[in-house]
Design a protein around this ligand. Structure first.
Ligand SMILES: [Zn+2]
Length: 270
């Protein structure tokens, strides 16, 4: 269900002021020690989106699309990466392995985890510390759970449904935080970046990738269509996103671009 080690890392996304504890009685729920907000388990996965925020997921098109594509994601993602975004899929695998390695026995957080396609490449015996895998899409989370269960990883991996803009995690708990192709879909990109940075411990490793404009004419047409449909926020150029990262993070980071995919990684100062 959820280990006491992981429970220690969680806090209430509604009031951002209290830790969570397992409520007594059935059905099993987590409850905030400060404001009393209750969070149910759905098929064994804690739903840590506060009720006040859950309304937005009824019309949020990014999530609607993610729920729809989850069954096809494992096949579609590498093909789209090569054909549309012109980024070799192995770039993602490489960057992912580096970020997992940087957790080095500490807490690793991945948001959005999607179907767990990348973490599924890591051998279960190489996972040491708690691995917190976060997504707001139920369909993605259920696919990830099936993958991790089949790979014998569920004793180390914890799946959480949460709003990336209000992570249910205490500050400074993550040694490595990874966000693969999620930033361009989040409602408030700089707000989410600040939130990711908040949960990272000083000296922790932040890494990820996002789609940017200017990677090629076909990609830009598809990205324009995404914007029109409301799947993503207005997409920016590589330079614009690098500037945003610089402003929010406030510490040096490396970046490289392959087609429409911008990769970044840095170590949190302090
Ligand atoms: Zn609370």
């Amino acid at each position: 269900m959820i280990s006491s080690d992981v429970l220690e890392l969680l806090w209430c996304a509604a009031c951002a002021d209290g830790g969570l504890e397992l409520a007594s009685g059935m059905p099993r729920e987590l409850v905030c020690e400060a404001c009393g907000e209750r969070y149910p388990f759905v098929d064994g996965i804690p739903d840590l989106v506060p009720r006040s925020a859950s309304e937005k997921y009824r019309y949020y098109r990014t999530d609607t699309l993610r729920n729809l594509i989850a069954p096809l994601f494992d096949v579609a993602a590498p093909i789209m990466s090569m054909a549309l975004w012109r980024c070799p899929p192995l770039r993602y695998v490489d960057a992912h392995h580096r970020a997992v390695g940087r957790s080095d026995g500490g807490v690793y957080v991945e948001c959005p985890v999607g179907t767990g396609l990348l973490l599924g490449h890591v051998r279960a015996e190489h996972l040491a510390g708690p691995f917190l895998c976060i997504d707001s899409s139920w369909s993605m989370l259920r696919h990830a759970e099936r993958r991790f269960r089949a790979a014998g990883m569920m004793d180390r991996v914890t799946l959480l449904r949460a709003d990336p803009e209000h992570l249910p995690l205490k500050a400074g708990i993550a040694r490595s935080f990874q966000t693969v192709n999620g930033l361009h879909g989040f409602h408030d990109r700089t707000g989410v970046l600040g939130e990711f940075n908040r949960v990272l411990e000083p000296g922790g490793h932040f890494a990820g990738s996002t789609l940017v404009r200017g990677g090629g004419p076909l990609a830009d047409v598809i990205l324009h269509w995404y914007e029109q449909y409301g799947v993503v926020q207005p997409l920016r150029s590589r330079e614009y996103v690098i500037q945003e990262l610089d402003e929010v993070l406030g510490y040096p980071f490396l970046h490289e671009t392959y087609g429409s995919a911008l990769f970044f990684s840095g170590t949190k100062s302090g």
